[in-house]
Ligand binder design. Structure first.
Ligand code: MG
Length: 385
């Protein structure tokens, strides 16, 4: 019997959190304003270990918080309660079939099981995923404020913090607004690394001219210009520009990645645990991209610190994710994050925390403060009834 066999999962707690944000943001497919909605999951074991995972959906991208919460409170608990931490992979496999989609809830579940297992064994989540190949990840911050002057002020703050990569969100207003912002960024911050992300904001008709204009500013890459389903348009656009094209919304799963490489739609891919439905699965997608010579980027959704930590451990342990990460929300977008100590960003890098599991726990006082609703289930109760 291993230490993980001894640790039976006896309790699950779920919180629906609404976390206030500092500004509105516009993306090609939708707006975020006032608050973000996330789900937080706690797995408690018979030995008193608590593991945490976060589900961070965005309703126009991956799904709704209601679907995440239903998965975490209704469809997943019967697969989890009473089983041991050593069943982690089997539980995650069962979760794939227990409820369709709900990838954010499945990511939260695997995160919580890895966090608890790491704590039981005294190793980090990155070690459980194969071991860290990097201990710091270049941080990119996205610019999506409809008030561009506020974004310029944010870039000043980023530069003071030595964050030198930004991703400009384009395609939510008109092309002239995108050109004006690119010109202004290049003029005021000549050393800034700029990436561009349309979040599916262009129609395939007329997209080529716009992308050529944008490519003239030599961004590192242009991400997902057209809707996810337009694989043919992605391939044609890729052929028509000289800067790399990244797929994001077109690639959620391993099957999507396979199709993307088979149809040559991109030079790289944005990998997110909220799309793939877990950390291990994200690593499989990165490996498939690597096999075909594609680069990978560590994207995220509108997340708080627990999801950032999960992504950080996953990227640290995944050699092919070489284009940095965008775990900026905890520090630069939320009014207050939920971690007990700040999500670690040093000199423009997201840092892999020391310590077992994720390395930092949520502060439950903050969690309860921002909770709209919570649920509590225990194995003993279910078992006896
Ligand atoms: Mg994107």
């Amino acid at each position: 019997m291993s230490r993980l066999d001894d640790e039976r999962i006896i309790g699950l707690r779920v919180w629906h959190l609404q976390l206030p944000v500092v500004s509105a943001r516009d993306h090609g497919i939708g707006r975020v304003d006032q608050v973000i909605d996330i789900g937080l999951l706690e797995c408690e074991t018979s030995g008193g270990i608590r593991g945490y995972g976060e589900a961070s959906p965005w309703v126009v991208f991956t799904g709704s918080v209601e679907a995440s919460l239903a998965a975490m409170t209704r469809y997943l608990p019967p697969l989890v309660l009473g089983r041991s931490l050593s069943d982690r992979q089997a539980i995650c496999k069962d979760a794939e079939h227990a409820v369709a989609h709900a990838t954010e809830a499945k990511a939260a579940l695997e995160t919580a099981l890895l966090d608890a297992s790491g704590k039981a064994l005294g190793v980090s989540v990155a070690e459980m995923l194969g071991g860290a190949v990097r201990h710091r990840i270049p941080l990119s911050c996205s610019l999506a404020n409809p008030d561009f002057d506020a974004d310029l002020a944010l870039v000043e703050r980023l530069q003071a913090d030595q964050v030198n990569i930004v991703k400009l969100k384009t395609g939510f207003a008109d092309h002239r607004f995108d050109m004006m912002r690119l010109e202004s960024l290049r003029k005021h911050f000549p050393d800034l690394q700029i990436r561009v992300d349309y979040n599916q904001g262009l129609s395939p008709y007329g997209a080529e001219t716009k992308l050529r204009d944008v490519a003239g500013f030599l961004p590192d890459f242009i991400e997902q210009p057209v809707p996810a389903r337009h694989f043919d348009a992605m391939r044609r656009l890729r052929e028509s520009i000289t800067v790399p094209l990244l797929a994001d919304e077109s690639v959620f799963s391993l099957a999507d990645m396979h199709r993307a490489v088979a149809e040559d739609i991109c030079d790289g891919v944005s990998i997110k645990i909220m799309k793939s439905g877990g950390l291990s699965y994200a690593q499989h997608i990165a490996a498939l991209a690597e096999a075909k010579g594609l680069a990978a980027y560590g994207g995220d959704m509108f997340e708080a610190g627990v999801a950032h930590l999960a992504g950080t451990h996953m990227i640290a342990a995944t050699p092919n994710i070489t284009l940095g990460c965008e775990f900026y929300q905890a520090k630069y977008y939320l009014k207050e994050d939920i971690l007990a100590s700040p999500y670690p960003i040093v000199d423009g890098y997201a840092m892999l925390p020391e310590g077992a599991g994720l390395g930092i726990d949520p502060d439950l006082d903050k969690v309860n403060h921002y909770a709209k609703q919570s649920w509590n289930q225990s194995w003993q109760t279910e078992h006896k009834s």
